[in-house]
Write a new protein. Structure first.
Length: 334
């Protein structure tokens, strides 16, 4: 029995057990100090709340600063028209074209909409009549020609068409426009648009462009066979007529026709002015849609934003048009 125990006791031990026995033991880890995050959390939370409050206020302040700067675009060097051209030929001999200013306001249609024209003509009519009388133009309210089978804006086509045989030029202006610089004549605008003073040898249609292309709210037509044919073709674009929307389709139809003209015909008969502010400026309000356009189309914004000294402001796309028209007229009288 003792022999067996001796043999058992003298049994060699494994290498792994010896390594475990003689390997140095790591000292016990000291407990980590508890870090207090309470103050840091509160500081981060206050910073986040401050950013949430300050960012919209900063963006709003930036928009208002942009609106103020664009309102003074002409003072900062923007030129809506080139230098005055010299008169020659018949113009130098005293020829003056007969011009009609044509507009209307279908106030009984869509009277409940925020974009209604109700009361607009009452607000702006005297502004336009006074300008026409001062410059020797005829002012024509073509409200009697509104075709009830289409959205009202389509009726600008027969309104212009009906007056074209009686005048050298017809100047269409939507009811939601205000003449803001009555010292600028329509002849000077046409001279600047076509680049010379011979208004008998000029394109037949003079338009401006905004962010969406050609705008059908303000334009000139010259008396000619081409103009009459073009107006008839425009009226016959019935596939573009839309009801129940702020977009009635007449503007889309006009762009379709102009874009479809052969290049030579387009060059001979249509003039799109380089600067929208020549006679169709839009008020630039500090809203997010305008901010988007300013960021992604800064040049077009610069060319079309209404600035003090512009000939006309067009309240295109604005709600409460009567209120805005009255506000602008109040500024002019101040």
């Amino acid at each position: 029995m003792q022999r067996m125990n001796l043999q058992k006791a003298s049994k060699p031990r494994s290498l792994s057990s010896l390594q475990l026995e003689f390997s140095p033991r790591k000292p016990p880890m000291a407990p980590r100090p508890r870090v207090r995050w309470t103050k840091t959390r509160h500081a981060n939370r206050r910073l986040w709340l401050l950013l949430c409050v300050a960012s919209p206020l900063l963006a709003l302040a930036t928009l208002h600063a942009a609106a103020a700067a664009l309102r003074r675009a002409n003072a900062f060097g923007r030129r809506c028209a080139p230098d005055a051209v010299e008169y020659s030929g018949e113009a130098a001999a005293g020829f003056r074209p007969r011009i009609a200013m044509v507009t209307f306001s279908a106030e009984e249609i869509g009277g409940g909409s925020r974009r209604s024209f109700r009361g607009v003509m009452e607000a702006v009519g005297e502004n336009k009549r006074a300008y026409a009388g001062r410059m020797g133009y005829d002012f024509i309210d073509a409200g009697g020609l509104v075709d009830p089978s289409r959205p009202p804006s389509w009726s600008k086509i027969p309104a212009v068409r009906s007056q074209l045989p009686n005048y050298d030029w017809v100047f269409w202006n939507d009811a939601d426009t205000v003449i803001t610089n009555p010292d600028i004549s329509l002849e000077n605008i046409l001279n600047a648009a076509i680049g010379h003073s011979d208004l008998r040898a000029s394109p037949d249609l003079v338009v401006t462009e905004d962010f969406n292309g050609v705008n059908a709210g303000v334009f000139f037509f010259r008396r000619s066979e081409w103009s009459e044919k073009f107006l008839d073709t425009w009226w016959n674009q019935t596939s573009f007529v839309l009801f129940g929307s702020t977009i009635s389709g007449d503007n889309t139809a006009l762009k379709h026709l102009i874009n479809g003209l052969p290049s030579e015909e387009l060059q001979d008969h249509v003039r799109t002015v380089p600067m929208q502010c020549l006679f169709n400026s839009y008020p630039w309000l500090p809203i997010w849609k305008n901010a988007y356009r300013l960021i992604f189309s800064p040049l077009k914004t610069w060319e079309g934003a209404y600035s003090d000294g512009d000939f006309m402001v067009h309240l295109a796309g604005l709600d409460e048009k009567k209120k805005w028209a009255a506000r602008i007229l109040g500024e002019l009288r101040a």
